[in-house]
Design a protein around this ligand. Structure first.
Ligand code: SF4
Ligand code: SF4
Length: 421
């Protein structure tokens, strides 16, 4: 059955339909973005392209169209990868357009879901895995009728999540100053290895690391789910958590969250958000920018890595080269890019859960590319700098029965320096 809802400008949860209309007006409908859009590549359907979505949103704003299930699906199928922005000669800010348009959809009137993965929930998941209950539940097939088996299959091995100290001093004779670590919500549980490796490497490079305890979710899930006010509330909480620190940078390991933090000025336009956003760095980018201490000599690693470039690192942070620069410190390591690494893998935060059909098709294309280079180079590790991509790709590899491990580049480097096991 098709549901239909009429949208009036006053329903715009983003608060400014005129500003959205101005952003749409920049589009000259040239279609140069379409061939780079992953959902258009899958479907060859104009309504699944950036240009098609812009037409739909413009029609919605002008009242020529109402929201129905099909229109809503076309907007929700967008992965938010922002490849279209990278190829648009008119500099259309599609990322802002799609998040503001999602705030027009009827589900935006419902309260946003809070981030569900906290360290406490993580400890519960770890117990579920370590007690053997996970094996029993999977073998019983009980999750299939509940529609949860796909979501549960994404669950990686949950690490221990000890409480962070507020500050970790440099372990070198001379200090190079302080930085802060953003730990996030889901990343604080599932990206713990990368966060820990980052902290230890920064200390070994001469940086003191602050981990402010009052920080929280970056707000990306709320914003991309059509809840800009909730995203702004979370942004304000993070601005206040880091405000008093005298730091050179705020670093993070999951590029999807880092991208969101770097755009806080779009949620809160003030001096504090500008200074916060200016300090945000992906961990690989921060380390690639500063001088590498000659005292740190990673052990050689005779392996081959396929390097994945997350859309957030490529299209939003524009730091796509940084992970390779980091890995190049490791002697004898062979690094090869994943074929079509600039195309979205379908992870895209909540997308892999909410749009699982498209997410799996996009992942299959990427893993088929990995298969093709695996035949040529015998790949040992798939490296990626975004937690969502990592969870999604690792689940795909498990489903294919492939033994290739998925790791963050910072973990590989810290292991070769014997900073982590
Ligand atoms: S953000 Fe990505 S999926 Fe969405 S329209 Fe642009 S290219 Fe397509
Ligand atoms: S978004 Fe940019 S590239 Fe795409 S149709 Fe509009 S102007 Fe052309």
């Amino acid at each position: 059955m098709t549901n239909t809802n009429t949208i009036s400008p006053s329903h715009n949860a983003a608060g400014n339909p005129t500003a959205l209309a101005d952003k749409l007006d920049r589009c000259v409908m040239c279609g140069m973005c379409s061939q780079h859009c992953p959902t258009y590549q899958l479907t060859a359907n104009e309504s699944e392209s950036p240009r098609g979505r812009i037409s739909l949103i413009a029609a919605l704003l002008s009242g020529r169209l109402s929201v129905d299930d099909r229109l809503q699906a076309h907007l929700e199928h967008c992965t938010g990868c922002r490849s279209c922005e990278a190829y648009c000669p008119s500099e259309v800010r599609f990322g802002e357009i799609i998040t503001e348009a999602k705030a027009l959809l009827p589900h935006a009137a419902k309260p946003p879901k809070p981030p569900t993965i906290t360290p406490i929930a993580g400890r519960g998941l770890r117990l579920y895995q370590q007690s053997g209950l996970q094996k029993i539940v999977r073998a019983s097939g009980i999750l299939n009728p509940l529609g949860l088996s796909e979501k549960e299959s994404l669950l990686p091995e949950v690490p221990a999540t000890p409480v962070w100290k507020n500050y970790y001093p440099a372990v070198t004779d001379t200090s190079r100053g302080d930085v802060a670590l953003f730990t996030g919500c889901v990343a604080n549980v599932f990206d713990r290895a990368a966060l820990d490796a980052s902290r230890r490497l920064l200390n070994a490079m001469g940086y003191g690391v602050h981990v402010p305890p009052s920080q929280g979710c970056c707000g990306a899930i709320a914003l991309h789910g059509g809840h800009p006010k909730e995203a702004a509330r979370l942004a304000a909480q993070n601005l206040s958590a880091f405000a008093s620190l005298d730091i050179q940078a705020i670093v993070h390991t999951a590029s999807g969250c880092t991208a969101q933090l770097s755009e806080y000025t779009q949620l809160l336009s003030n001096e504090q958000s500008e200074s916060f956003a200016a300090k945000i760095k992906d961990i690989s980018h921060f380390i690639a920018e500063v001088s590498w201490p000659t005292a740190l000599q990673p052990r050689a690693l005779k392996k081959t890595i396929a390097l994945h470039t997350p859309c957030s690192l490529n299209n939003v942070l524009h730091q796509a080269d940084a992970p390779r620069q980091l890995l190049e410190h490791i002697p004898t390591l062979k690094i090869t890019p994943l074929p079509d690494t600039n195309r979205c893998c379908g992870g895209a935060g909540q997308y892999m859960l909410d749009q699982s059909e498209f997410a799996q098709q996009l992942r299959d294309k990427m893993l088929d590319g990995l298969d093709s280079i695996n035949k040529q180079y015998e790949i040992d590790i798939l490296a990626t700098s975004n937690l969502g991509c990592s969870l999604h790709l690792a689940a795909g590899l498990r489903a294919r029965g492939q033994q290739i491990s998925v790791k963050h580049p910072i973990v590989i480097l810290a292991q070769q320096l014997d900073l982590v096991s």
